[in-house]
Write a protein that binds this ligand. Structure first.
Ligand SMILES: [Zn+2]
Length: 293
């Protein structure tokens, strides 16, 4: 076991505008890994630490050059031996005080791993069933957020994009090269930052969507996106794009009930059809706002 205390240039206290002192000169971030079979991964904090003896999530001060996700992943690896390169963030809650913020990143991990306290800040790292979390003495900030976190913990955002409709919403000459226009859209989607929940009517501050781009006609043969920050699955419609979109929605809703499935299209008939199947819908303009905030 590694007993070195890790340090970053963000280590330090902030006298916050809210009147309290918080840890993390550039804000702090923590990671909660969820697994339907095991529950949520919590940390029993060392007695000497701030709010020692309580349960929360592994996390700590962000470094000056880290975004919240990078900071949360690094802390989780240092404190709980969570394999950071296999962590897939799904959504995050930001408690923003202006002069300081705390970001709680919810994530899945695509490989099995044995969590253990890998630095002296943790007494224990354990999977806890959601029903049992309330029975533990919780870190006050985590305890306050837990009811909201619990509600969304195992949910993901699935974004199904009607390529022909979105491409056609901008008179930029797309009709001269339909495949090229679809590729451009694919690349914009794969470069997407996490998207703000409020713009999609969702709880949580932002979401990392799983994206299905449905292409048809001349755009059908575009390649899947290469390794990208946000993976985009290209769905090729042999016939009507609408039928495939409806099928993708139905599959998503049936396979993982509770996920937020959002279809991007302005086609009225299609909107009605997928809404009947449990999806919500937004138009191409909302997608523009999500991609270029
Ligand atoms: Zn504050």
């Amino acid at each position: 076991m590694n007993h070195i205390r890790h340090r970053t240039d963000g280590d330090g206290w902030v006298e916050c505008v809210c009147g309290q002192r918080h840890w993390g000169l550039y804000g702090s971030a923590g990671l909660m890994v969820v697994d339907p079979a095991h529950g949520v991964l919590l940390q029993h904090r060392a007695e000497w630490s701030h709010h020692g003896g309580t349960w929360g999530i592994p996390g700590g001060a962000r470094a000056s050059d880290e975004n919240a996700l990078a900071g949360a992943k690094r802390e989780a690896e240092e404190e709980a031996a969570i394999p950071a390169e296999h962590v897939q963030p799904t959504h995050a809650w930001v408690e923003d005080h202006g002069s300081w913020s705390y970001t709680t990143v919810i994530a899945t991990c695509d490989v099995p791993f044995d969590p253990y306290p890998s630095d002296p800040e943790s007494l224990d790292i354990a999977w806890v069933a959601p029903d049992d979390v309330d029975t533990l003495p919780l870190h006050p900030a985590f305890g306050k957020l837990w009811p909201s976190i619990r509600e969304q913990a195992f949910r993901e955002l699935v974004l199904v994009v009607d390529a022909a409709n979105v491409v056609g919403s901008r008179p930029d000459g797309w009709w001269r090269d339909r495949a090229g226009a679809a590729e451009k859209l694919r690349d914009r989607l794969s470069g997407a930052q996490p998207v703000p929940g409020a713009q999609l009517g969702l709880p949580a501050t932002y979401w990392w969507p799983r994206i299905h781009l449905v292409v048809e006609g001349q755009a059908r043969n575009i390649d899947a996106a290469a390794a990208a920050p946000v993976p985009v699955t290209v769905e090729r419609a042999p016939g009507s794009g609408d039928d495939l979109i409806a099928a993708v929605v139905q599959d998503a809703v049936m396979r993982r009930p509770g996920d937020h499935v959002v279809v991007v299209t302005s086609d009225r008939e299609l909107r009605g059809r997928v809404e009947d199947n449990g999806a919500s819908t937004v138009g191409p303009r909302t997608l523009d706002q999500l991609l270029d905030p």
